[in-house]
Write a protein that binds this ligand. Structure first.
Ligand code: HEM
Ligand code: PLO
Length: 485
């Protein structure tokens, strides 16, 4: 209304000295589900203490948008935590690095380098299609398999081309090592900031920290190798990939002495590519796995996508980026997958850089803010029957195009910390899924149960592994189109 309410403290979970609100947080539920439930008692925005840290949990889109967009700069900080410090050499990366001139500079370079391959660019489309084609080749050779490593390799190769101008073939030992260390990192990182101290994940399990350190050292060796190779081959005249773009920025800053307030150390550069490589692999792969999971649960959705593919593209050629506008049902399905199983259900925590407010609530400098995307995407006021998988939510009234039916939809975040890979991820999701579904029908092998929709909570929300049958559709019993490309 018109009345201005005086600023006040947000509702607060009971807290004890040292352990904070731990006793109120004992639950078998993963944190995003527990926070969603706690709304019923405390309202959509509440605070709690994690040990010494004040944490504000935001479960409604109005406050989420205020944090991310309206007051984006005030909430652009990131907390330092034990595990992310191990991963990023004390926050020398973009995703876990605090707001600073150095951070802004690195984000800008990466943004520029990624849009160089951006939408409409022929090269990224070619890279993704080549990987999609190879992936479909593998699918056509084995009737029943765990798709996870195949999808991971396809996605890894795309981001590998972008970052390092290289790729992996099947069974490559470097790729196998990458799979292992990356899973190790996903299982252990970012747990201390929020979830390490949750009782069901135990207090600071040292075995986890050891595993994290070990995985990070394997990753760092890989990054260092690529760095040294690129440094040796570097030329001012050719920019092959993201690492070249970063090297060029470093050199030019050194030559022009513009680097007073910006740190372009080797550490920063390595951690920045490490972020893009890591985010590039784990996020898109996870969404593809969730898409396959929901498609085997909902054969009628699969059928409808395939009808659309048959009508709009047919069997004589492969899908292209320019087909995106004419495949609204596939687009809607991708949006629904990103809604129902958000990759990062709690984002990465933000930090208030100044004394500020959210709605009527006062927020002190240093407060950690957790945006619960799970709550936004499962808000019953915004989505009827939120756990029902229904791509139709994202279609306009005559089904000819896609919409966003609610402001409570932020799969990539928004504002100062918005995802850097959104455009790339959307291209990959569209091309990989359209290539696969044009050629194959996906189902669980006879006698196997449908895969779980539960998900394993970590820095990304991952589906369980399971076997899939990829049956060639009529006319697609060979890897290539029936009538040539
Ligand atoms: C950050 C989602 C793919 C790079 C984020 C955030 C979300 C997100 C929710 C956090 C926003 C926040 O903390 O406010 C997704 C989803 C993806 C995806 C759903 C796939 C469908 C990618 C890809 C890349 C990438 C492919 C790399 C090329 C990043 C980076 C950040 C980020 C670097 C940190 C930005 C910052 O802190 O300033 N993403 N992402 N993401 N994403 Fe993505
Ligand atoms: C994934 C495991 C890699 O080995 C390292 C890595 C780097 C960047 C992280 C990513 C991991 C997980 C997903 C993250 C991404 C930065 C942005 C992205 C957290 C840990 C999201 C979804 O926010």
């Amino acid at each position: 209304g018109l009345l201005l309410s005086p600023p006040r403290e947000p509702p607060r979970l009971p807290a004890l000295p040292l352990i904070g609100s731990l006793l109120s947080l004992r639950s078998p539920l993963p944190p995003h589900r527990l926070f969603q439930d706690l709304q019923r008692k405390y309202g959509p925005t509440f605070s709690l203490m994690l040990g010494p840290h004040r944490v504000l949990v935001v479960n409604h889109h109005r406050h989420a948008r205020e944090v991310l967009l309206k007051k984006g700069r005030a909430f652009a900080g990131r907390p330092r935590t034990v595990t992310t410090d191990v991963l990023t050499r004390d926050g020398k990366d973009i995703a876990f690095g605090d707001y600073s001139a150095t951070w802004r500079f690195h984000r800008k370079i990466v943004h520029g380098a990624l849009s160089m391959f951006g939408e409409g660019s022929a090269s990224i489309e070619k890279i993704i299609c080549a990987e999609a084609s190879a992936l479909c080749g593998v699918l056509s050779q084995s009737s029943c398999l765990d798709l996870s490593p195949e999808l991971t390799r396809a996605v890894t190769n795309v981001v590998c081309w972008l970052c390092f101008s290289c790729s992996y073939s099947r069974g490559d030992p470097e790729f196998e090592a990458m799979l292992r260390y990356s899973q190790g990192i996903v299982d252990t990182v970012a747990k201390d900031g929020l979830v390490d101290i949750f009782p069901w994940l135990q207090v600071f399990p040292n075995a986890d920290l050891r595993r994290l350190r070990q995985c990070v050292s394997v990753r760092d060796r890989l990054l260092q190798d690529k760095y040294l190779q690129h440094q040796a081959d570097y030329s001012d005249h050719v920019q092959r990939d993201l690492l070249d773009a970063l090297l060029r920025a470093k050199r030019s800053a050194e030559n022009h002495n513009t680097a007073e307030c910006v740190d372009l150390s080797e550490d920063h550069l390595l951690m920045t590519v490490g972020d893009i490589f890591g985010a590039g692999v784990e996020t898109t792969t996870t969404v593809l796995k969730w898409a396959v999971t929901y498609l085997v649960h909902h054969p009628q959705v699969q059928r409808r996508i395939q009808d659309e593919l048959d009508r709009r593209i047919g069997g004589d050629r492969a899908p292209r980026l320019s087909d995106r506008g004419s495949l609204p049902y596939l687009e809607a399905t991708i949006r629904e997958v990103l809604r129902i199983r958000p990759v990062a259900p709690l984002f990465i925590p933000h930090v208030a850089l100044t004394d500020t407010s959210i709605g009527d609530f006062t927020v002190r400098k240093g407060t950690r803010v957790v945006i619960n995307l799970w709550s936004l995407h499962h808000d019953e006021e915004e989505w009827t029957d939120p756990e029902r998988f229904d791509p139709g939510r994202f279609l306009n009234s005559d089904g000819s195009g896609v919409t966003v039916p609610s402001p409570s939809y932020l799969p990539f975040g928004a504002g100062v910390r918005v995802c850097l890979g959104e455009a790339l991820a959307k291209m990959e999701l569209f091309l990989f899924l359209s290539w696969i579904l044009q050629r194959f029908h996906l189902s669980v092998p006879p006698g196997h149960p449908l895969p779980s929709l539960e998900g394993k909570f970590g820095v990304v929300l991952q589906p369980a592994r399971y076997q899939v049958n990829a049956t060639p559709r009529a006319g697609w019993d060979h890897a290539s189109p029936p009538h040539g490309q």
